[in-house]
Design a protein around this ligand. Sequence first.
Ligand code: GAR
Length: 194
Amino acid sequence: MLRLVVMISGGGSNLRALLDACEDVEFPARVVAIGADRDADGLAHAEEYGIPSFVVPFNAFETREAWGDELVDQLRQWDADLVVLSGFMRLLPPRVLAAFGSALINTHPAYLPEFPGAHAVRDALAAGVSQTGASVIVVDGGVDSGPILAQERIEVRPDDTEGTLHDRIKLVERRLLVDVVLDVANGRIDLSRP
Ligand code: GAR
């Protein structure tokens, strides 16, 4: 069983997809803890599924590094094989990256390297592109710049708003995320060589 810790900042719909997948006894991964950088709405999923959760509030620390040190301490308690950033909206300091290496993955609502950053859906709409996408990547020191593990194109419709487009992207993101976790668990993705 691959032990997952999932980190969120928001509603956690991708997290929920993973929790649902893990309900299947045949699925070779389990979410052992859910973490957040704030009092995120998605922590309600932890309660519903009976999974431990923790919050390391970014604003409670004087520096990003101090916040990162506490995050590493919390994450280490769970003996995770894979840390999944799923709508986690903070850049991680180097100590967190060093602690987990490439066993740290992230979902992103664009076809990377297009539209990195915190406003990928808005940026795609503003650019007037006819297609955007969804990606699952390994986290590195940059902004959404790590090796791509899976991605898929999604059409932008003329009447799309940020909300409608993001909802369609998330449908794909959830599937890609579950597939990547499955592939990591089965050894089809080797994160020591992403
Ligand atoms: C997802 O679309 C995720 O890719 C995005 O936040 C959303 C979280 O949704 N993350 C980023 O934009 C990171 N740069 P959720 O909380 O409903 O899973």
